[in-house]
Design a protein around this ligand. Structure first.
Ligand code: IPM
Ligand code: MG
Length: 359
């Protein structure tokens, strides 16, 4: 079966890291029988530059037609003054929302080889393997009303709305329980039920859905405590499920436990398992074009794509093993460099993974 893959490099380092991920895909086609058709499109600032929109029509058409999407990153200084609806981030939010990619999986996995790259003590993070399931198409990111208004007094007031319906909570809860069933069967739901009504409803629904998953041990935690516990003792967690904004924040913290945000892939899935795959880091305009960005989060996003949407499990394993082997050889980009290892650039890291795949 031929998989239709849409590649959206986006902006900044998105372009360089996607180039390395494409090398890996090309190698799977040439040497391991992967059958795919690859299209490329614009998103974010690149979409604005090419067609005047951060999620242009042409990309919308390609996205609907694709089996899976691989995205780099969006954003750049030159777009910061644009009206909000034309900014790169809006393109990312629009594609997530229009394709109904509500379930965002962000695994934080510490490779043994990188145990000392973390700023935390090795014993706190060694063998860390946790999964954050972030709700991605609701909550305060999308709630209406929103805006900035001028009050009668002349003072301006900015406002957003945090809202979740029961069905939105139920589907992300099911997604998280399903993941927990495939792992250590422990689910921690993170909320702010001591203050927010939305969280009260969230907690009630997550607990109710749990009746269908008697094997999963459910716990609840307030988000402030969860942030603290992630730093103090991250290994207590197996799967965490949380709202859009809390997941955004906690997943950056979880990424740093693993030594570098440049290592973490993610998957955003719809109800049928169609997905968009992207590194969790941003477009890092300060280092763009310098051949120093770490392409591994994007290469590992390819692996997630093969695993979760394309059902090419063996090829997914191959990529992960190749990444481990490269790290074991001491090959490092700047963000994960340590004394005694060999520092390489973005392209050389991609080449190293491909060389390892070829064996
Ligand atoms: C992420 C990013 C995005 C988000 C931004 C770029 C809109 O931080 O994927 O975590 O907040 O979701
Ligand atoms: Mg984020």
């Amino acid at each position: 079966m031929t998989h239709k893959i849409l590649v959206l490099p986006g902006d900044g380092i998105g372009i360089e890291i996607i180039a390395e991920a494409k090398k890996v895909l090309d190698c799977l086609v040439a040497d391991f029988g992967l059958s795919m058709e690859m299209e490329e499109g614009y998103i974010g600032g690149a979409g604005y530059d090419a067609e005047g929109s951060p999620y242009p029509e042409s990309t919308q058409v390609l996205a609907k037609d694709a089996d899976a999407i691989l995205l780099g990153a969006v954003g750049g200084y030159q777009y910061e003054e644009l009206p909000r609806e034309l900014r790169p981030e809006r393109g990312l939010l629009a594609i997530r929302s229009e394709l109904k990619l509500f379930s965002n999986l962000r695994p934080a996995l510490l490779y043994a080889e990188l145990a000392d790259a973390s700023t935390l003590k090795p014993e706190v993070v060694a063998n860390l393997d946790l999964m954050i399931v972030r709700e991605l198409t609701g909550g305060i990111y999308f709630g209406q009303p929103r805006g900035i208004e001028v009050l009668d007094s002349g003072e301006r007031r900015g406002y957003n709305t945090l809202e979740y319906t029961e069905s939105e909570i139920e589907r992300i809860a099911r997604s998280a329980y399903d993941i927990a069933m495939k792992r250590d069967k422990r689910l921690c739901s993170v909320d702010k039920a001591n203050v927010l009504e939305v969280s009260e409803l969230w907690r009630e629904i997550v607990t109710k859905v749990g009746a269908d998953y008697p094997e999963v041990e459910l716990s609840h935690m307030y988000v402030d405590n969860a942030a603290m516990q992630l730093i103090k003792d991250p290994k207590q967690f197996d799967v965490m499920v949380t709202k859009n904004m809390f997941g955004d924040i906690l997943s950056d913290a979880a990424a740093m436990l693993t030594g570098s945000i440049g290592m973490l892939p993610s998957a955003s899935l719809d109800a049928a398992g169609k997905g968009m795959y992207e590194p969790i880091h941003g477009s890092a305009p300060d280092i763009a074009g310098k051949d120093i960005a770490n392409p591994l989060a994007t290469i590992l996003s390819v692996s997630m794509m093969l695993r979760y949407t394309l059902n090419e499990i063996e090829l997914a394993d191959k990529i992960e093993n190749a990444v481990k082997a490269v790290l074991a050889k001491g090959i490092r980009t700047a963000d994960i460099y340590q004394e005694g290892t060999q520092q390489v650039g973005t392209a050389a890291m991609g080449d190293a993974v491909v060389a390892e795949l070829r064996g």
